[in-house]
Ligand binder design. Structure first.
Ligand SMILES: Nc1nc2c(ncn2[C@@H]2O[C@H](COP(=O)(O)OP(=O)(O)OP(=O)(O)O)[C@@H](O)[C@H]2O)c(=O)[nH]1
Ligand SMILES: [Mg+2]
Length: 324
């Protein structure tokens, strides 16, 4: 390789903080438009990995409210913030099951904020892959921190956790049964617990329960989840929440944890990209390559079996390494 790939006009504009171009390129990523790949290639070596903070938790616990409060806190510290809201439903229908969901603050005119919602459906390469790509665009655009909101249930959420450097699970006092059902999964996800709505009764008790549970659970590779109580509504506990997140980020930097996680992310990403590519190439070959047509005929005539034929069709990279 001789130096980074050349800048495309769109890459140049994103580095120059052009918001309209960023929005357009994000849409192209969502649509998996192959024409955008040279821009993604050009930007990749030009920005380090973003700090990706996942904010997850059950419906209506105040994730968006916590993000708005964190946003104000971080802007106060002079940090720029990208926000991605991964919506399980359509991001454009508005409203929620609970009726009074809070909207993320757009802060028009503030160059240090960029907010984007992404539908969790309809991503050929998976919502986590698209989100990871968008976090890179946000980093190239100059955002220090990316906050990702997801609702804490289901596959999408699991996948997003894989790409976050720190995962915050937001809960509220008196979750009761919900916590019981979530509990098993929660401790594997949460680097930080945020008991929100601490202006309501029971928050201290909920935090105490969590603390007990955390102390019983084995520490994960040297990190014990922190527990913070907060009221996004009153703006209380938000500084403490950010301090807990930073403590986890510091832990990642102190040892090998950040590099290991980045390697895991990229290995999952490569698996997805190669699978996508192979699927497309093989589908094309099956449809139109005469040699593959003959192979199909031979299988039909029972001259060759599908397993042997599949090995013949297998991706060149694999065949190459097998030969070694
Ligand atoms: N009392 C109290 N209410 C809060 C607090 N934070 C959020 N709420 C309320 O809880 C409701 C849901 O808040 P959101 O921020 O939309 O919660 P969410 O978790 O993002 O909701 P979904 O995205 O729909 O899952 C709103 O009515 C908020 O006003 C808080 O600290 N105290
Ligand atoms: Mg929300």
């Amino acid at each position: 390789m001789n130096g980074p790939p050349p800048l495309t006009p769109a890459a140049r504009r994103i580095l120059a903080k052009d918001r309209a171009t960023l929005a357009r390129v994000i849409s192209a990523v969502e649509n998996r438009d192959p024409a955008i790949v040279p821009t993604l290639r050009a930007l990749f070596p030009r920005a380090g990995p973003a700090r990706i903070i996942g904010i997850t938790g059950p419906l209506g616990v105040g994730k968006s409210s916590v993000i708005n409060a964190l946003l104000a806190h971080l802007r106060g510290l002079g940090r720029s913030v990208g926000i991605i809201a991964v919506d399980p439903s359509s991001p454009f229908t508005g409203g929620s099951v609970l009726g009074d969901r809070i909207r993320l603050e757009r802060r028009p005119g503030d160059p240090g904020v960029f907010i984007r919602s992404m539908a969790s459906r309809g991503h050929a390469g998976g919502v986590a892959a698209a989100t990871l790509e968008v976090t890179r665009l946000l980093a190239a655009f100059g955002m220090d921190i990316v906050l990702v909101e997801t609702v804490g249930s289901g596959q999408v959420d699991v996948a997003i956790r894989e790409i976050a450097s720190t995962s915050v699970v937001v809960l509220v006092p008196h979750l009761g049964d919900e916590v019981q059902t979530l509990k098993a999964g929660l401790f594997e996800i949460a680097d930080v617990f945020c008991v929100n709505k601490a202006d309501l009764p029971g928050a201290d008790l909920a935090a105490k329960d969590l603390r007990e549970l955390v102390s019983l659970a084995a520490s994960r590779e040297g990190w014990r989840p922190r527990i913070v109580t907060a009221s996004a509504r009153e703006g209380r506990g938000i500084g403490e929440l950010w301090a807990a997140i930073e403590a986890h980020e510091g832990y990642l930097d102190a040892g090998e944890a950040r590099a290991l996680a980045e390697r895991r992310r990229i290995s999952a990403e490569l698996l997805g990209l190669v699978t996508e590519r192979v699927e497309r190439e093989v589908a094309e070959a099956l449809a139109s390559d005469p040699a593959v047509g003959q192979l199909l005929d031979r299988i039909v005539r029972r001259e060759i079996d599908p397993h042997t034929a599949a090995a013949e069709l297998a991706p060149p990279a694999r065949r190459r390494s097998r030969r070694r």
